[in-house]
Design a protein around this ligand. Structure first.
Ligand SMILES: Cc1ncc(COP(=O)(O)O)c(C=O)c1O
Length: 409
């Protein structure tokens, strides 16, 4: 970012001037709390607690662990945010926003910064589908600068991106997915840095949903930056670039997709604006209770152990797929928890999307569900296969081999 940057200048005028909703809990959260029209009798529909397990506050409790579920949750969760930012090497909780999954963060970012019917986002296909869906919901245009897909590189075409933004001042946000979905490839941080240090004055949003699956060795060789963390996350770059937002999630490496907790990391002023428009109590208390466990030192240690297991399985899946004659190649197997398996056309040395689509359908009917991605640029003939358990890998390989041997597919 060249020159002075004030994120407030990018905020939609109606949001800059709105008076945010004040929660009852913003003012007081202890004492006799009869200010929020909650049910003072406790979680009425849940089974009663075992004898002697009422909580120490003396409030009605219906079951262990649910004692306070009749209360609205903490609107900001600064304690859990502090755990998260400490883990990612950021100064404090004011650098984090929590959303109902990163999907909510994507939508809120667009609502804060995108004037409907006028502004645009820039994306680099093949990429995660929700950027376009959220843009359409918010009536924002979508400018596409496809990735360089040569030989499965799946990297940014920085010159084309900067030409697009230089020619169109209405491009206010750029959503870059790293590691990419469905590419499975981490973007070269040097390319991201070129964008951040260019004349572009909009926001750069890096979606790092899969960042914990990057192998340390791969990330160290890809970049010379001292502030990139050991796993290659650019989270700490938010301290250097005020127009950068890094999104992460507990849905992938932490194995907690059901609790719906996504994180946006950015400078405190940007986070302030995301908080201004979020629903007052957007993150449920059970989610926060589970996130606290997940982000404890023991939780992070457990997560790392499982990720390690998963990476071993990813290697086995990749190597076994490569032995199947109907598989032309395997791509994107280095940085995420899935791989792209390219299906070969019968009797050719070319990818075959029609055959991949037929195989996808047949396998799904047989009970093994992978994802067809053959319609995406650079993904001709591709099935995206999530790394499963060992038994799931074996079953998937067996089913795929059966499909490839089936003359009608
Ligand atoms: C790149 C990417 N970002 C975000 C998400 C959604 O994450 P969450 O579960 O936190 O909404 C996904 C889900 O598959 C994804 O692939």
């Amino acid at each position: 970012m060249k020159g002075e940057f004030l994120v407030d200048d990018l905020v939609r005028p109606n949001i800059r001037t709105l008076t945010p909703y004040r929660c009852a809990r913003d003012d007081y959260n202890t004492g006799i709390l009869l200010d929020a029209n909650e049910n003072a009798y406790g979680p009425a529909a849940l089974p009663p607690p075992p004898p002697g397990s009422n909580n120490s506050s003396g409030e009605a409790a219906s079951a262990d662990g649910c004692a306070r579920y009749h209360r609205y949750p903490d609107p900001l969760n600064l304690d859990v945010k502090a755990m998260y930012t400490a883990w990612r090497g950021l100064p404090g909780p004011e650098w984090a926003f929590f959303g109902v999954g990163s999907d909510e963060a994507i939508d809120i970012i667009m609502r804060v910064f995108g004037v409907p019917g006028r502004y645009k986002i820039l994306i680099c296909p093949p990429t995660y589908g929700m950027y376009s869906v959220s843009a359409a919901t918010n009536d924002l245009g979508v400018v596409k600068v496809p990735l360089d897909v040569t030989a499965g590189r799946f990297q940014l075409r920085v010159d084309e991106i900067l030409a697009a933004t230089a020619n169109d001042d209405d491009i206010r946000m750029m959503f870059l997915c790293s590691p990419g979905n469905p590419t499975g490839v981490r973007l070269d941080p040097r390319d991201v840095r070129r964008i951040l240090e260019s004349d572009y004055r909009g926001l750069v949003i890096i979606d790092e949903a899969y960042i914990d699956f990057v192998e340390a060795a791969a990330s160290a060789s890809a970049d010379d930056s001292a502030t990139e963390d050991a796993k290659g996350s650019l989270a700490q770059w938010t301290m250097r670039y005020p127009n950068l937002i890094v999104m992460q999630t507990l849905s992938k490496s932490f194995g907690l997709a059901a609790i719906r907790l996504g994180v946006a990391l950015a400078s405190p002023r940007t986070i302030h604006w995301l908080n201004v428009i979020k629903a007052p109590y957007n993150i449920p208390a059970p989610t926060i209770a589970l996130a606290k466990q997940a982000l404890s030192p023991e939780g992070i240690e457990r997560m790392r152990g499982v990720v390690q297991q998963l990476l071993t399985e990813r290697k086995r899946l990749t190597e076994t797929l490569r032995t199947l004659p109907g598989v032309l190649r395997v791509m994107g197997h280095t940085d995420a928890n899935f791989v792209l398996c390219v299906i070969r056309g019968r009797g050719t040395n070319m990818p075959d999307s029609l055959r991949a689509a037929r195989i996808y359908q047949w396998m799904a009917d047989e009970g093994v569900v992978v994802r067809y991605r053959g319609h995406e640029p650079g993904c001709e003939g591709c099935l995206r296969i999530t790394v499963g358990t060992s038994a799931e890998t074996d079953a998937t390989i067996a089913k795929l081999a059966e499909a490839l041997a089936n003359p009608s597919l």
